[in-house]
Ligand binder design. Sequence first.
Ligand code: HEC
Length: 166
Amino acid sequence: MRARRPTPFTRAAASVLIGLSLTWASVPASATSGCDSIASIPITWNIDYSLDIQEVFNNRCSNCHVDHGGSPSGDLDLDPEFSYDNLVNGPSNEQPGRFLVVPGQPLDSVLFEKINCDVPNFGLRMPRGRAPLPLTEQALIFDWIMLGAPRLQTDFILANGFEPRP
Ligand code: HEC
């Protein structure tokens, strides 16, 4: 069968589609909505990654984000041996060009957006299909990232110029 020449309609539809995909591709990192305010939660200065942050993952995320011979959801393994290296300066699979945890920049970190906002830039809020994390746990993750996302313990001496809470 001979290929049909595009009619004005198909050409118009194609340009709308191209326009849409350009818009979609250029969605700014802040196109989120329904984000919780953690302003009321006091800052936690001393945070131990393996005790405090990993604990949140173990309790709330690990039945999906583990690798028990299968593949972890979202291709993100949050098992204790791997979570830190996967998260800190780790590329987002869903949002190319962005990172899961950007030390010192919680509002640029995909991890914080995914637990803080009903509508993240991509996909669903985490923990997926469940109640959002309590504000205290959201704030703990914010503070840990803000304080430089260290592998061991945060050090409050680094805390000058704390980014305002959202
Ligand atoms: C019921 C299963 C489930 C639970 C529980 C869950 N996740 Fe997810 N997660 C997914 C799936 C599926 C995706 C990919 C689709 C999406 O983003 O909605 C994902 C994606 C993600 C991403 C994006 C990864 C990327 O490359 O950008 C992050 C970050 C994340 N989850 C963090 C968490 C955290 C933190 C918790 C616990 C507080 C959690 N998830 C709990 C299933 C789950």
